[in-house]
Design a protein around this ligand. Structure first.
Ligand code: C2E
Ligand code: CA
Ligand code: CA
Length: 427
């Protein structure tokens, strides 16, 4: 079978065979062709949220649109679930690949209509150019895929460069260092206040991981959480963060702290899949003597996608421990609102991207309004992230948002500094 049944396009095998034929063609100069991979971002979510029929429909439409962007001699194939490959000839040189990538991005940027949903699809694009005297079709495809991986991170069209291996090696170095840091306990948690908008009081802190590397500089979680997730180190890291955050709250209690203050901890989707999170939470609460209702777990939408039924069970088990569940970064994925309603979610945390610049953007205000009224209708509370100004806080309060977090109220600070903010003897 050299054809993909769904799209009618060549499959991976068929594509490699065609590519081999082209490479073997004596009349074709090997600088004159390239392989481009177009990989859809977050396609799994479409399947998970709208069902696989809708997913199939989307793939067929995507294939049709990409085909419309090609020139006569280019060959399109579907080489993986959400991965398309294009073999293109370079008549004008490498700029042909640039132009094609732009046309593909443009044609995919128009939203897709599926069932009753309008879906925006973004994709990552990687290119590998022929030119190596020993070009091998399989290698070219692999190199283009490697470039596509970099495109996922950079958000740009990426061409394969052998030096990219250096970066992979650097990341491997980070991984080793991170493993050591967890072992040596040189990771710390910083605590950022979460404020009740109506009263202005600090009601909780979100625990955010910080890593002071040997050189003394801070590495932000934006750099190491993705590495930790990819390498599986997120499991020990997440266990540590949970225990540490709850222990900090217990230490505050012991100092005579205000027992209405809660603690929020981030739990990665990967941890939720691989680890027994309810059991960990139970142990952490028991060990510290902290009541379940004082702990909030922040889960991301992506956690719901992989295995929605299992995640629903885990969430129920967590609710049985009286833990509060928050949906983090809400609005960044293709959330299925119907599904959300079935899950025991207490708080929606609106992603910073809606909140930032909201006052100057009617669309963002409309979206925020819609999210807030949806949450209200579902009986959920809401937290706005990234609130940096007083004006924004006031507007969000007027729109009915429950909580807010952001530099306007305070940055993430070390435990003692955080405690001082809620110390009953001072406030
Ligand atoms: P997040 O859960 O969305 O956390 C909020 C991030 O927004 C934090 O970045 C925080 O410092 C930043 N932030 C807060 N207020 C403002 C503001 O007013 N303006 C702006 N521009 N930014 C603000 P941070 O600490 O760099 O954390 C980044 C992400 O790393 C977190 O995003 C979270 O997804 C992840 N993360 C951090 N700690 C952990 C952890 O212990 N476990 C897991 N699984 N993930 C973690
Ligand atoms: Ca969070
Ligand atoms: Ca967030």
């Amino acid at each position: 079978m050299l054809t993909d049944a769904l799209s009618g396009l060549p499959n991976r095998e068929g594509f490699v065979e065609t590519l081999e034929t082209l490479i073997a063609e004596p009349s074709v100069d090997n600088e004159r062709y390239a392989v481009m991979i177009v990989n859809l971002d977050r396609f799994n979510r479409v399947n998970a949220c709208l069902g696989s029929l809708a997913g199939d429909e989307l793939l067929i439409t995507v294939a049709r649109r990409i085909r419309g962007a090609l020139r006569g001699g280019d060959v399109l194939a579907r080489i993986g679930g959400d991965e398309f490959a294009i073999m293109l000839t370079l008549d004008q040189g490498r700029q042909d690949a640039d132009h094609l990538a732009k046309r593909v991005l443009t044609t995919l940027s128009t939203p897709f209509r599926l069932s009753d949903f309008e879906i925006r699809v973004s994709c990552s694009i990687g290119v590998a150019f022929g030119g190596d005297p020993v070009d091998d079709a399989e290698d070219l495809v692999r190199h283009a895929q490697f470039a596509t991986k970099r495109s996922k991170v950079s958000g740009e069209v990426e061409a394969y460069q052998p030096q990219a291996f250096d970066r992979a090696r650097a990341e491997f170095g980070l991984e080793t260092a991170l493993r050591r840091a967890i072992d040596a306990q040189s990771l710390t948690l910083a605590y950022q206040p979460i404020v009740d908008l109506a009263s202005g009081r600090i009601v909780a802190f979100e625990a955010l991981a910080r890593w002071r590397s040997d050189g003394g500089s801070d590495v932000g979680p934006g750099a190491f959480i993705p590495v930790a997730e990819e390498s599986g180190l997120i499991v020990p890291l997440g266990r540590w963060a949970l225990r540490e955050a709850v222990a900090t709250l217990a230490a505050w209690d012991a100092r005579g702290g205000d027992r209405s203050v809660k603690m929020a901890v981030n739990v990665s989707a990967i941890q939720l899949q691989r680890d027994n999170v309810p059991q960990l939470v139970k142990q952490a609460l028991e060990a510290s003597g902290i009541a379940g209702h004082r702990l909030t777990l922040e889960l991301t939408e992506s956690a719901l996608i992989a295995d929605p039924d299992r995640i629903a069970q885990i969430m129920q088990a967590l609710k049985a421990l009286d833990v509060t569940l928050a949906m983090d970064d809400f609005g960044t994925g293709y959330s299925n609102l119907a599904n959300l309603q079935k899950l025991p979610i207490d708080v929606l945390k609106m992603d910073r991207s809606f909140v930032t610049g909201m006052l100057a953007d009617r669309d963002k205000i409309a979206i925020t309004r819609a999210i807030l009224s949806l949450a209200q209708a579902l009986g959920m509370k809401t937290t706005a992230e990234g609130v940096e100004t007083h004006e924004l806080a006031q507007t969000l309060a007027a729109l009915g948002c429950t909580y807010a977090q952001g530099y306007h109220f305070g940055h993430a600070v070390m435990a003692d500094e955080a405690y001082a903010l809620v110390d009953p003897r001072k406030v």
